[in-house]
Design a protein. Structure first.
Length: 174
């Protein structure tokens, strides 16, 4: 079969591989079967390997897969999904897939390398499953500058001349 998957139930990781000339019907059947798998209920992460795929989907087929994901989303919830597509054209079409399928994943990214995809997926799994491992929050936003805000001066060199520039102490909105 051109589309195969394994689901590691304890880790909730699905590894899907596509081989050769994969048709839309085969992809839709795979998603339908996966949704019926009793181990697939709940949240799962996905590693989608398209390195051995020889076919190239067109836009309407990608839209049909995204629509099927919407239907599958009634029983299966997708967390992170890393897609590996090495061929240029397939990589480009998977970027289209990324845009159309994004609403059905907590995070979705397309890669050319399996190593990069594995590393990203591992990090996303940590972020999703261990909330305190998320990236540190950004610095708090400073209040907008007003006419009464303190100002600081600094020198700025431009085109060989030196001029003094007045800036408010806080960041100004762009």
């Amino acid at each position: 079969m051109p589309v195969t998957y394994t689901l590691d139930a304890p880790t909730r990781l699905v590894r899907t591989s596509c081989f050769g000339n994969v048709t839309l019907a085969e992809v839709l059947e795979h998603l339908h079967e996966f949704a019926k798998d009793p181990n697939s209920a709940g949240r799962v992460d996905v590693f989608l390997d398209l390195t051995e795929t020889t076919s190239l989907p067109v836009g309407i087929q990608i839209a049909a897969v995204a629509d099927q994901l919407r239907k599958v989303n009634e029983t299966v919830r997708f967390n992170a999904c890393a897609v590996v597509a090495q061929r240029d054209a397939l990589y480009g079409m998977m970027r289209v897939f990324q845009v159309l399928a994004e609403p059905y994943f907590r995070a979705l990214q397309v890669f050319r390398s399996g190593v990069e995809a594995e590393a990203w997926l591992a990090l996303e799994r940590l972020r999703i499953n261990v909330p305190h491992m998320a990236l540190p929050p950004e610095a708090p936003e400073e209040p907008p500058a007003t006419a009464d805000s303190p100002r600081r001066e600094y020198s700025e060199r431009t085109a060989g001349s030196q001029q003094t520039v007045r800036r408010s102490a806080s960041r100004s909105a762009k």
